[in-house]
Design a binder for this molecule. Structure first.
Ligand code: URA
Length: 260
């Protein structure tokens, strides 16, 4: 590479300076992204809690390009592209984790009540219920499911007891499966009624049937399974079959979890 090539590359890194009245005022963009009233957004700017492309902005009149500029409030990215959509659904048991099914089985599309085309972020077994994220944000979805980011997922699994005291220790140390070792990041007993034991298990793995295979190999086949958390997003009280939009804060937390 000669010196001129180097100079040309450097030039492309800096965004072109914006003309005085080009772009949209920052407080308007923040308000439209759901952060709060314009007044509130002005206060956030004044308090130095807003960054545009990594730099703190104090000027109310600052103009930004909502499609290209990266805006953070309190360290969480704010999605400012108007067409972006982020939802969660509580997939009921017996529903396939796809947006349609050739064999006519119930699919996620039966529960999605928005006109936009959405993708599901990863899958759950048909027999598993619980949290599935839906979005049209390809980059976020890619990162959330890619092993390099190792996003944690938490499940509640019902198994038959009694279980040995050291089960958690064994699962954290790792269980050998035919496609390699799998380790739990966290494990705890969540509830127990007689011999039915509900355990909470957190993994950063995305391999097929991984929780079922892991617990079976440890000697405790899963009777029922539900995903209750995906990265920072908790299912909470959302009932099976229901969906809701993520809040601006939740979207910011998802971005943070995968360095966006
Ligand atoms: N592990 C499983 O066994 N099933 C799922 O659906 C998800 C994780």
């Amino acid at each position: 590479m000669n010196e001129n090539e180097g100079a040309r590359r450097d030039e492309t890194i800096e965004p072109a300076p914006r003309a005085e009245n080009e772009g949209v005022r920052l407080q308007k963009v923040l308000a439209e992204a759901g952060i709060g009233s314009r007044r509130h957004c002005e206060e956030l700017i004044g308090e130095g809690r807003v960054k545009v492309n990594g730099k703190e902005v104090f000027r109310f009149g600052e103009r930004v390009d909502p499609r290209r500029d990266v805006i953070h409030v309190d360290g969480r990215r704010v999605e400012t592209r108007a067409e972006m959509r982020y939802y969660m659904v509580n997939k009921p048991r017996g529903v396939v984790s796809t947006m349609s099914d050739e064999r006519g089985r119930k699919s996620l599309a039966d529960y999605v009540e928005v006109p936009e085309r959405l993708f599901h972020v990863g899958r759950l077994d048909t027999d598993t219920e619980g949290l599935i994220l839906l979005t049209n944000d390809g980059e976020l979805s890619h990162r959330l499911t890619h092993p390099s980011w190792g996003v944690e997922k938490t499940y509640l699994a019902e198994i038959h007891g009694p279980i040995p005291r050291d089960l958690g220790k064994r699962l954290r140390a790792g269980v050998r499966l035919e496609d390699g070792l799998v380790k739990a990041d966290k494990f705890r007993i969540f509830d127990q009624v007689g011999k039915r034991i509900l355990v909470e298990i957190t993994l950063h793995e995305g391999r097929k049937h991984i929780v079922r295979r892991m617990l079976k190999e440890a000697g405790f086949p899963v009777q029922q399974l539900a995903r209750i958390q995906f990265g920072p997003i908790k299912l909470g009280m959302l009932k099976p079959g229901n969906m809701r939009a993520l809040t601006v804060r939740e979207v910011g937390e998802l971005y943070k979890a995968v360095d966006l």
